[in-house]
Each structure stands twice: as structure tokens, then as C-alpha cells.
Design a protein around this ligand. Structure first.
Ligand code: GLP
Length: 241
């Protein structure tokens, strides 16, 4: 595993954006696995800046997002489709039809998840998967205790995730209780993984994930077994490594 220690959030974001842009420059039709949450926002801003300067094109890129709240319409301001449009897709030349986010309003989660697994396979798999990490070690919405062998599935969010994500909603009651999420298996099948972490509040879980045992109780710990992982974090988040 490669670890980049960045001085602060801005340089962490720049380093992560560097890795993503290098992937796109060397393979313009890359399949990017994309993530939401607060941590990757700076990297997306940096990519938009480079795109606007003419340094980068996403015209042939395809994307698959990790997860989506179940029950939220793509137009809901807290949906992950909305997040991706407003933080990245609306500002670059990626084609809408090449961007894929699970449908939070799917009538049958089972069918939606099976089709998403097929889509990832039909695209030829994920070249570079970007990840953040939840305070309890979740990646995408794979919560502690979830099986490592799962592909895309319907998840019951834990109390700790609902608590952490309520800051984006008017009240805790508005946070959806379920989500559709790629499974650990989908993530582990990506050819390369880039994980970004920021802030002192993540220091303990970052230590557990990368220096502790590989255990379902800390979903991100499985990344120790992936052959090509890059961890980019700021000083606070990496302080216990
Ligand atoms: C959400 C997302 C995760 C993300 C996590 C951490 O729960 N489903 O993909 O990694 O939040 O978010 P943040 O970066 O805001 O700490």
C-alpha cells in the first residue's frame, strides 16, 4: 500500500486529484468508481479547476458511484446523484449517459442491485475506485459486520452512520434508514483503489483499518488485502499510523 501524508485538506485533495487525473490521462476511457461524503469534495473541485484550464477531459470516461440512499429521488438535494451533479458532473465534459448512480427509487432493490452488478461487469470492471471512510470504518455503505463477499445490496444504516450524516439533513428523522450500496466484493475487484481521509476524528479508525486485524467489524480493513491501494490523508487523519 502507498501512503501519502499531506499537510492539510487542500494538499490532500490535490494529491488525490493528481492520481485521478493521471488515470484519466493514461486511459481516457477509464471506468472511475466515485464516492460521496465531505472528504472527496476538494478533490472534485481540483479536477473541475484543471478541466476548466483545459488540462483534462472526461469525454470518454465512464463512472459508477458507490451508493445511494434508498427512498430518495435523484432530484432530492441530499441524494448522491444530486451530489455528483453539483460537485462534479455539471462542471466537466463527462456525458450524462456515461455516469451511473444507483436509483434510490427503484421498486425492487434486488433487481436494481443485480442490474448494477451486471453494469459494472459489462463496463469491464472499475479501473480506479475512489473511497472515503465512515467514522465506524464503513466504505460505501458497507457497515461493520457486513459480509465481505457481498456485491451490490440493500443496507440497513447503523445508528452511527445516521448520526454522522444527519448534518446534511434538516433533522435526524429525515435521514433515510436504508441505502443501496456496492458490496466489498465489487470494491475489491477494482483494479486500483484510492482512499482519502481527513481530520482528527478519523485518526482512530484509520489506525484500526490499516494497522489492526482484517475484520468485518472494520470494513475498511479488508483493503489491506488489495494489491493496489493508495491512501491519501492529511496530518490529523494519519496521526496514529
Ligand atoms: C457516507 C458515504 C461514504 C463516505 C462516508 C464518509 O456515509 N456513504 O461513502 O465515505 O459518508 O463521509 P465523510 O467523507 O463526509 O466523512
Amino acid at each position: 500500500m502507498r501512503i501519502y501524508l499531506a499537510e492539510d485538506y487542500k494538499s490532500m485533495s490535490r494529491r488525490a486529484a493528481n492520481i485521478i487525473s493521471a488515470q484519466v490521462i493514461t486511459k481516457p476511457d477509464s471506468v472511475l468508481g466515485l464516492a460521496t461524503g465531505g472528504t472527496p469534495v476538494g478533490a472534485y473541485q481540483q479536477l473541475v479547476e484543471w478541466y476548466k484550464k483545459g488540462d483534462l477531459s472526461f469525454a470518454e470516461v465512464k463512472s459508477v458511484n458507490l451508493d445511494e440512499y434508498y427512498g430518495l429521488s435523484p432530484r432530492h438535494e441530499q441524494s448522491y446523484r444530486y451530489f455528483m451533479q453539483s460537485n462534479l458532473f455539471d462542471h466537466i465534459d463527462i456525458k450524462y449517459e456515461n455516469t451511473h448512480v444507483l436509483n434510490g427509487l427503484a421498486k425492487s432493490p434486488t433487481v436494481e442491485c443485480a442490474e448494477y452488478n451486471k453494469l459494472i461487469r459489462d463496463l469491464g470492471g472499475i479501473d480506479l475506485q475512489l473511497l472515503g471512510m465512515g467514522h465506524n470504518g464503513h466504505i460505501a455503505f458497507n457497515e461493520p459486520g457486513d459480509d465481505f463477499g457481498l456485491e451490490t445490496h440493500l443496507v440497513n444504516l447503523t445508528e452511527s452512520t445516521i448520526e454522522a450524516n444527519k448534518r446534511f439533513f434538516e433533522s435526524k428523522d429525515d435521514v433515510p434508514r436504508q441505502a443501496l450500496s456496492m458490496g466489498i466484493k465489487n470494491i475489491m475487484q477494482a483494479r486500483r483503489i484510492l482512499i482519502v481521509v481527513s481530520g482528527a476524528a478519523k485518526a482512530d479508525i484509520v489506525y484500526k483499518a490499516f494497522c489492526g486485524p482484517v475484520t468485518k467489524e472494520v470494513p475498511a480493513s479488508i483493503l489491506q488485502l488489495h494489491p493496489d491501494v493508495t491512501l491519501v490523508g492529511d496530518k490529523e487523519a494519519l496521526s496514529k499510523l
